[in-house]
Design a protein around this ligand. Sequence first.
Ligand SMILES: NC(=O)c1ccc[n+]([C@@H]2O[C@H](COP(=O)([O-])OP(=O)(O)OC[C@H]3O[C@@H](n4cnc5c(N)ncnc54)[C@H](O)[C@@H]3O)[C@@H](O)[C@H]2O)c1
Length: 266
Amino acid sequence: MTRPIEREFEGKTAFVVGGSSGIGLASATLLADRGANVAIIGHSTNTPALAAELSADGKRKVIGFNGDASQADFVRQAIADTVAHFGGLDILMCSAAIHPLGNVIETDEATWDRTFAVNIKSMYLTCHYGAPHLIERGGGSIITVSSVQATSNTPNVCAYATTKGAIVTFTHTLAVDLAKHGIRANTICPGSIITPMQEHFAKGNADGRSVEEVYAGLARPVPLQRLGEASEIAELAAFLASPRSGFCTGSEFTADGGLLASLRIV
Ligand SMILES: NC(=O)c1ccc[n+]([C@@H]2O[C@H](COP(=O)([O-])OP(=O)(O)OC[C@H]3O[C@@H](n4cnc5c(N)ncnc54)[C@H](O)[C@@H]3O)[C@@H](O)[C@H]2O)c1
């Protein structure tokens, strides 16, 4: 029997890495609103307190873990604690990332290694320790978050953009290898979305402009003439997490207001 969309994740458990902010937080909240048990994982934030806040009215079931998702011990333990708390795992969402700037000459080795550790090794660890639990449940959905930068680049995003390309390939391998277990894997490629990461980026590139002026500049080449909202990416994540996307696996889902479709010749 198909459940109404408002409660479509009833009885399911989601593990959302990067769930303490921005796109991950919006997605975790939407999954929880639609009935999922959710574990959110964040770094340098009080993620357990945020989870308690999200659960405060008794309508959502959210737990939180604070730590570095590039560290195997942390991820293994957070997954074990989530399974112990909620009884299993059905959905993995990998949204954590850092966004250092620099071309290949400016990017030092430590920055390159750290970006790969946070942006892609965290996904490997989450799926390495998490996917066996999805298999135990007879299947599930994995959602990774890449970027339009996987396809086409602005200047000075050498390390970040390279990890975003790797995420697309990583997701293909998940789709091919895990399909026999009933697991689907897809990646979301957002354009410019209003989140704390975007605000941080805007402040770092302001050159005397306000954040709103930076956003207006980012919106100019976008056919829809605006930035996206985290809630719009969350809707896509919920679709990919649900059986409504049952025939989708190994695919990239772009949500960029038309940016990649547009030839930006002025
Ligand atoms: N905002 C955009 O315009 C945009 C565009 C394209 C792609 N993306 C991608 O979307 C995803 C989410 O970005 P966002 O804009 O919501 O950013 P954000 O900074 O608001 O959120 C990032 C999340 O990652 C977590 N995180 C960072 N380092 C971590 C670590 N070592 N261990 C565990 N968690 C860690 C943070 O705590 C936070 O929860 C990222 O993968 C980003 O690359 C964002």
